[in-house]
Design a protein around this ligand. Structure first.
Ligand code: NAP
Length: 320
């Protein structure tokens, strides 16, 4: 990363939205810089959420499906092929009121930013929600996981619980049946939120059973998970379920902390965009899950990354 020169465009975030924006802006000869993030938590995952998934069966062009991490590596290679510069760092602070826009990737208290840019594409995505139980944090990596792809292998012939009732929970549960002896989906209601096709698959799978109307109130185990305590939300009764692994799959929150106070957000913290990917600030664009809580698909994120790139190109061209 060259210090001192102002970039045409910086892209913060490297999921399908960010890398598609990188492919398009690179092909438009804008020499984009992608700040891809650093692997430190579920919210700082270079490559985004697809790095934590298994088979992607609905991304057009792959009739037999493709593994999420492989898809992301291919997008990254494609962006680099056209000249995108990708740095494995985290943006620690941004000043969107500065002209040019200022971005820090090291010490956020440093007087000088690490990079300045004429335009910014925000594609920081969303990350996994957690239950918020004290033992959940303590046992993360010791039986508690948010990623079946990464950790499923460790639960061969084990008893597994998956928490949640959406597509993520069912996808994780179905994947985990390849390893586990049994997979119990614990859901706080009696109806699943997941799509019909996923529900059908889960109901048909002999290894999967359901515990309905139940909240997980504790995760048990000293050095590793030995079970969960669940509460029937109707009767209030507590009971314990012996499991070796707990996969939390209860949804996501947008990674927008960096932009608080500088950009408009909705009640859930997603960035507000108008007329495509434009934010209220000239030269600042947002695409992918960070501004989309409705569709949240890899293909829609990639599509909005393309829109952000075109919006950026037009914005920059307007000064020429
Ligand atoms: P989601 O649809 O928001 O579902 C979250 C689930 O977790 C809901 O069932 C919710 O319960 C439950 N939940 C939330 N907070 C909870 C808490 N504190 N304690 C217990 N349960 C809690 O999230 P998602 O499953 O991650 O899916 C997000 C989006 O991505 C959806 O649009 C989905 O269709 C899509 N997606 C698609 C695929 C696919 O097509 N293969 C795969 C994954 C995700 P309630 O139902 O009671 O609210």
């Amino acid at each position: 990363m060259e210090v001192g020169t102002t970039r045409n465009v910086v892209i913060v975030g490297s999921g399908p939205a960010g890398l598609t924006a990188a492919v398009y802006t690179a092909r438009a000869n804008l020499q984009p810089l992608v700040i891809e993030g650093e692997l430190s938590s579920t919210s700082d995952q270079p490559g985004g959420q697809l790095m934590l998934t298994t088979d992607v069966e609905n991304f057009p062009g792959f009739p037999n499906g493709i593994m999420g991490p492989q898809l992301m590596m291919s997008m990254r290679e494609q962006a680099e092929r056209f000249g995108a510069e990708i740095v494995t760092k985290k943006a620690t602070k941004v000043d969107l009121s500065a002209s040019p826009i200022a971005i820090w990737t090291e010490d956020p208290d440093a007087a000088e930013p690490d990079v300045t840019t004429k335009s910014l594409i925000i594609s920081t995505g969303a990350s996994s929600l957690m239950l918020g139980l004290p033992n959940e944090a303590r046992l993360l990596g010791y039986g508690v996981s948010t990623c079946a792809t990464c950790d499923g292998f460790f639960f061969r012939d084990k008893r597994i619980a998956v928490i949640g009732g959406g597509d993520s929970a069912l996808e994780e549960a179905l994947f985990l049946t390849k390893f586990g002896d049994s997979v119990t989906i614990v859901h706080r209601r009696k109806e699943l939120r997941a799509s019909k096709i996923m529900q059908d698959r889960a109901f048909k799978n002999e290894k999967i059973d359901f515990v309905w109307d139940s909240a997980v109130v504790d995760i048990l185990g000293d050095e590793k998970v030995s079970g969960i305590k669940i509460q029937d939300v109707i009767t209030g009764e507590d009971r314990e379920l012996a499991v070796d692994g707990v996969f939390v799959a209860i949804g996501h929150e947008p990674n927008t902390g960096l932009f608080k106070g500088q950009l408009a957000m909705d009640a859930a913290g997603y960035l507000v965009t108008e007329g495509g990917t434009r934010t209220a600030l000239p030269g600042v664009f947002a695409c992918g899950d960070v501004q989309d809580h409705v569709y949240r698909q890899a293909i829609t994120a990639a599509g909005s990354g393309c829109m952000a790139a075109i919006d950026t190109e037009r914005y920059l061209a307007s000064f020429e």
